[in-house]
Design a protein around this ligand. Structure first.
Ligand SMILES: Cc1ncc(COP(=O)(O)O)c(C=O)c1O
Length: 427
């Protein structure tokens, strides 16, 4: 079976990174139809928190499928989804204990924007240049990670403004961290001064650790300053934790690193162990501003996904997964930092927990180098390792191992990666 024989039946819109046809997966590995095994450091784009086909997740899905597949959460309730909501409330920060379940990340972010506008009665949304929130028209309207996502689809949702994401490695103001006086926050103030009156703004939406845009961690003082500024004007803070949530950064949610509880939080990706599910979390007060029927979905809250999500939450506790994320994450960072010292084509190593990236640069001027990145990616693929890039210039290499990755698997991937970097640098 070859992809080229089927490709004509598929829209070219999906940017397929490989032609592989994968038939099975277990833990850190997938196997293609020819029986070739690949080390998977992508995991469905940071989805499979416990690797491929974890037996407890598979068992939970099987049991639910054999009992009930769907009757629509619009009409009836399911034990699995009810239990999930109650259990999720134990994990979510602050008072974010009321949930709306949907199917994918973009849909959750669309819903979060609707919720913020409805609760505040204000139209404006401020998003961040560099952030990714999904591909529906609504999510594209708040996405600023690449102009190609917005190409030929204007007009987008109105009253959306952008402010720079605090990216210290590529500071738009050319300031070093020591000299930084939060010019990017001043930019937001200018947006309020020049473009939209702050009392017309419903919410600011931000990834607390930027994902697709390059695995960027914002400085604490930015997040503190932002939070203070928003509180002064009654503007809601929406954290998109679709990629950074569920333990990926070493805390259950990345917001916990900053000690800030947003007003609305969106979750997706890892929530249901590989099944499609997303969720909007907010306080009861904000969620209760929605009248029944103002938002909805046929499949949201699906019992099979909810059963898988319950199994994920169970495993999080049972396996003390955050310990593994922090331990392996620290080791990963240390190894990558050593490589950065050896190979000048690695310009930056950054991230939290197992949300870690290396940025490839042209050493002469530190400019982004997708060429080096692509050489590294191609080499890894030739050694049967699946990898993923990130960043507007496609020069970031993101590590998205399962959260329960073992040292042996990490070492295996790092050895291939280092060999790839050495080869690219030698060319
Ligand atoms: C932070 C973030 N938000 C939203 C999305 C969109 O999610 P989905 O592709 O499930 O719509 C993604 C996907 O990569 C993401 O990383």
């Amino acid at each position: 079976m070859e992809f080229k024989d089927y490709q004509q039946y598929l829209s070219p819109a999906l940017a397929k990174a490989t032609d592989l046809i994968v038939k099975k997966g277990q833990g850190c590995y997938v196997e293609d139809v020819n029986g070739v095994e690949y080390l998977d450091f992508v995991q469905g784009i940071a989805v499979n928190a416990f690797g491929h086909c974890h037996p407890k997740i598979v068992a939970a899905i099987k049991e639910q499928v054999e009992t009930l597949i769907t009757a629509s959460f619009n009409l009836v309730n399911y034990p699995a989804t009810l239990k999930l909501a109650k259990e999720l409330a134990e994990f979510t920060p602050g008072e974010l204990n009321t949930f709306f379940f949907s199917n994918g990340g973009a849909e959750a972010n669309d819903g979060a924007v609707k919720l913020a506008r409805n609760y505040t009665g204000r139209p404006g949304i401020i998003a961040m240049r560099g952030s990714f929130h999904g591909r529906t028209i609504g999510a594209c309207s708040i996405t600023g990670s690449n102009s190609k996502y917005r190409k030929n689809i204007e007009p987008l949702v109105p009253s959306v403004y952008f402010t720079p994401y605090p990216n210290c490695f590529r500071c738009p103001y050319n300031t070093s961290c020591d000299e930084c006086s939060l010019e990017c926050l001043r930019e937001l103030q200018w947006t309020f001064d020049y473009l939209i009156y702050p009392e017309n703004v419903a919410a600011v939406i931000m990834e607390p650790v930027m994902g697709e845009g390059g695995y960027v961690v914002p400085p604490q003082k930015y997040v503190d300053g932002l939070n203070k500024m928003l509180k002064e004007h009654g503007i809601l803070l929406i954290f998109d934790e679709i990629q950074s949530g569920f333990g990926r950064t070493g805390k259950m949610f990345a917001s916990e690193h900053f000690g800030i509880v947003p007003d609305i939080m969106t979750m997706g990706k890892a929530i249901a162990g590989g099944l499609p599910m997303s969720c909007i979390a907010s306080t009861k007060e904000i969620m209760d501003s929605w009248m029944a029927g103002m938002h909805g979905t046929t499949f949201g809250g699906h019992p099979v996904c909810a059963a898988a999500a319950l199994a994920v939450l169970g495993l999080m506790k049972e396996e003390n997964i955050l310990d593994n994320v922090n331990g392996q994450g620290a080791y990963l960072k240390e190894r990558l930092t050593e490589m950065k010292e050896k190979y000048p084509i690695i310009g930056d190593v950054r991230g939290l927990g197992l949300m870690m990236a290396a940025e490839f640069v042209n050493p002469e001027d530190n400019s982004p180098s997708a060429d080096y990145l692509n050489m590294v990616k191609d080499y890894c693929l030739s050694k049967n390792m699946l990898t993923l890039s990130c960043g507007v210039y496609g020069n970031g290499f993101r590590f998205a191992t399962p959260l329960n990755v073992a040292r042996e698997e990490l070492d295996k991937g790092l050895a291939i990666f280092e060999e790839a970097v050495k080869t690219a640098w030698g060319k």
